[in-house]
Design a protein around this ligand. Sequence first.
Ligand SMILES: *Cc1c(COP(=O)(O)O)cnc(C)c1O
Length: 374
Amino acid sequence: MVDLKRQYENIQDEIDAAVLDVIRSTQYINGPEVKAFQKELEAYLGVKHVIPCANGTDALQVAMMALDLKPGDEVITTTFTFVATVEVIALLGLTPVLVDVDPETFNIDPEALKKAITPKTKAIVPVHLFGQCAHMESLMKIAKAHNLYVIEDTAQAIGSDYHFNDGSSKKAGTIGHIGCTSFFPSKNLGCYGDGGAIFTNDDALAGKMRVIVNHGMEVRYYHDSVGVNSRLDSIQAAILRIKLRRLDSYAKARLQAAEYYDKAFANHPGLQTPVRSPFTSHVFHQYTLKTTGVNRFKLQEYLMERDIPAMVYYPVPMHMQKAYDDPRYRKGDFPVSEALSESVISLPMHTELDKEQLIHIVNMVLDGMEASKV
Ligand SMILES: *Cc1c(COP(=O)(O)O)cnc(C)c1O
């Protein structure tokens, strides 16, 4: 799905030198590279505080720990997402409340969100799925009216711009109270291992989260709150500094590949190309097609057999997962997410796709559609 090898080869000299520098410095934890990356990411995002941490799941967990929620408090997110979002809610003894998504954008449906709010609701976690922002303007309005925290899961949309009605723009993850991202290798800003970060403009929340990621410790060996150990390695920070400088050009390369796919599949009756919301840029973490009239798993198999990776994100919505089995929910409750989980397929999407590869992938998809008709 991603060509991390070729991407590395194109920046190899810079990366190798930076990694060696860190090794020679022996400042492997919280060294100057981590601080420098933090400052550079704050500047790029236009946000007051970036708190680096060990991965995107931790980012979500630390964000929720900072809100002082109590067991039984409800946190709303979508059922059509990566498990991490729901996992941390459950881990903290909070109650995940799931809602359906918009059939065109795959993002949280503001109307469904409104209906799910109860007196116990304390926070909402919109997931900016596949690379474009959820409708933050309406979500923030709903959150304000009900006094809810908003934690943006921007693991898939770092660098995306959200455009407000008044003409102003903000980066994904800097609109709600807290934003969370992942630097997992295949993410748009990926390191060479695990990494993550939390964003906020709120000084008090930032202070709290800096303490939580460091064992609840402000003064060494004095622990005022229960924390976790969640750090970004200096080596990963050094790599991320190099890749952050290229994030916008990487997004452009992804967009060009997406536009090529869009044109190639525009008139196919069995394929719907990704719908782009007017209020957000799309950084195409995934290029996800909706299929009709074919056996989607057969299509996937057809492509895989021809060495074209094709993945299904996500084959089972959260309310139908064993771990999150809940008597409140059953099959049929979230028809949009269920239909999507049965019909979507994601094609290779990365920064090194060349014309020849794109032509080949498109031809194989078109042939595969014929071969997997139902
Ligand atoms: C990748 C991802 C995460 C988790 O990030 P990790 O760094 O793998 O822990 C969370 N939410 C979404 C939507 C993701 O895609």
